[in-house]
Design a binder for this molecule. Structure first.
Ligand code: FES
Length: 109
């Protein structure tokens, strides 16, 4: 199978970047393997644990369940929690994993 890749431009943690990746990859795989942002953690990879949560255009998503191609729309912004475990803005959000309440984001409501 050829190593066909797509290349998209997006805003990643506030910086404009271009990332090339195989089109079948999840956003989690793209962030970790192609963008080098290993702060985005993988856990169950089944959409159950929330460890991989990132903000996609300010909306929390489970990056293990979203294709990287979801970021192909113009002006897409992803916040990944670079170099730190993905954390939530609120420990009461349904996407917030149980461990997050032990170390909430400072100043979060
Ligand atoms: S890795 Fe568990 S929900 Fe994504």
């Amino acid at each position: 199978m050829p190593d066909a890749k797509v290349k998209i431009a997006l805003e990643l943690n506030g910086e404009p970047v271009e990332v090339a990746f195989a089109p079948h990859k999840t956003l989690l795989e793209v962030l970790r393997e192609d963008a080098g942002l290993t702060g985005t953690k993988h856990g169950c990879e089944l959409g159950e644990c929330g460890t991989c949560t990132v903000l996609l255009d300010a909306t929390p998503v489970l990056s293990c369940l979203v294709l990287g191609l979801a970021c192909a729309a113009p002006n897409t912004a992803v916040s990944s929690g670079n170099a730190a475990p993905a954390r939530c803005c609120s420990t009461e959000h349904p996407c917030c994993p149980a461990w997050c309440s032990a170390s909430p984001v400072p100043g979060a409501a």
